[in-house]
Design a protein around this ligand. Structure first.
Ligand SMILES: NC(=O)c1ccc[n+]([C@@H]2O[C@H](COP(=O)([O-])OP(=O)(O)OC[C@H]3O[C@@H](n4cnc5c(N)ncnc54)[C@H](O)[C@@H]3O)[C@@H](O)[C@H]2O)c1
Length: 290
């Protein structure tokens, strides 16, 4: 009798052969939809109970990956893993606080033991609170650093030893705030900039292992955390952003379609980074607000 673990191993072997041909060999000579397929791969997603993380977990499963998700919200994780199982994917969940490095390490090790290897890591958990720097106490500062930066280094150090010889992909969720001033969110923004910098260094440190490391820097994506508000279509693209816009970028960065892309940032922000100080005015034209 062939059990699900054996099927998983066979799929991984087949996928490894295909990936070796595309990742390490000559130019692929024309990508098809299969370059976006993630069948036989295992993804770890942090902060997956809601918002962008949840959309990424569902999209990774839709493109074929088995998914291990973690969050401090047990209820949200429960409904997510039920949804992933209904899609026919294997799913694991860990209720944890990503600021707890021991808990992160244990979750990753348990996931690797259950599935054999980790191919994709999505460092999504993050957030903060609004306060002027002078009003942030030691505890608040420590929390912001551990949630938005140290959690990323801990997940990377825990997952990389479990990534297979054919390589892998790490996707770090940063923010438009990694690239501009953020009064009231100074430490949060500085930590997102730190992740942006870390991403470039890791791209070089992990390149020989064929592990690619990239960022997605988003803005004005309605989520429970940011608020589900209508952002008034003030972006250069006069449409509303959606969590699936970030998930689509994540699918591209996770799979073979981006096999030659590392150390870079995809801006999923309706054009806000490009606009810099320019804003869409009430009459639909652009101005600098002065
Ligand atoms: N929504 C946007 O427009 C936007 C803009 C810039 C950056 N981001 C980034 O995208 C990521 C996701 O944001 P979102 O808008 O979906 O937020 P969200 O608050 O809706 O979801 C975040 C999820 O992460 C979990 N989480 C947060 N801290 C955690 C911790 N310490 N331990 C375990 N789980 C934790 C939460 O429980 C929640 O399920 C974050 O890194 C955020 O900084 C989002």
């Amino acid at each position: 009798m062939v059990d699900i673990t054996t099927i998983g191993a066979m799929l991984r072997l087949q996928s490894a052969r295909m990936s070796t041909e595309t990742s390490a060999g000559s130019a692929p000579g024309g990508f098809g939809p299969e370059a976006f397929g993630l069948g036989g791969r295992v993804a770890v997603v942090s902060g997956a109970a809601q918002g962008i993380g949840r959309a990424c977990a569902v999209a990774l499963a839709r493109f074929g990956a088995d998914v291990a998700v973690c969050d401090r919200d047990a209820e949200g994780l429960g409904s997510l893993t039920a949804e992933l199982a209904e899609m026919g994917r294997r799913a694991w969940r860990g209720v944890l606080d990503v600021r707890d490095s021991d808990a992160v390490r244990a979750f990753v090790d348990e996931t690797a033991t259950a599935c054999g290897a980790i191919d994709i890591l999505v460092n999504n958990a993050g957030g903060g609170f609004q306060a002027a720097l002078l009003d942030v106490n030691d505890k608040g500062q420590d929390s912001l650093v551990r949630e938005n930066f140290t959690s990323v280094t801990n997940f990377v150090r825990s997952c990389v030893p479990h990534m297979p010889e054919r390589g892998g992909s790490i996707v770090n969720m940063t923010s438009i705030e990694a690239h501009r001033a953020a009064p009231g969110f100074a430490i949060y923004a500085a930590m997102k900039t730190a992740v942006y910098s870390l991403t470039k260094s890791l791209a070089l440190e992990l390149g020989d292992r064929l592990i690619r490391v990239n960022c997605i820097a988003m803005d004005v994506i309605p989520t429970p955390g940011l608020g589900m508000a209508d952002f008034g279509r003030r972006t250069p693209l006069p449409i509303d952003g959606h969590v699936d816009d970030v998930a689509a970028a994540c699918i591209y960065l996770a799979g073979d379609a981006s096999r030659f892309v590392t150390g870079t940032t995809l801006h999923v922000d309706g054009g806000n980074t490009a606009a810099a100080g320019w804003i869409r005015l009430a009459d639909g034209t652009f101005g600098t607000g002065v």
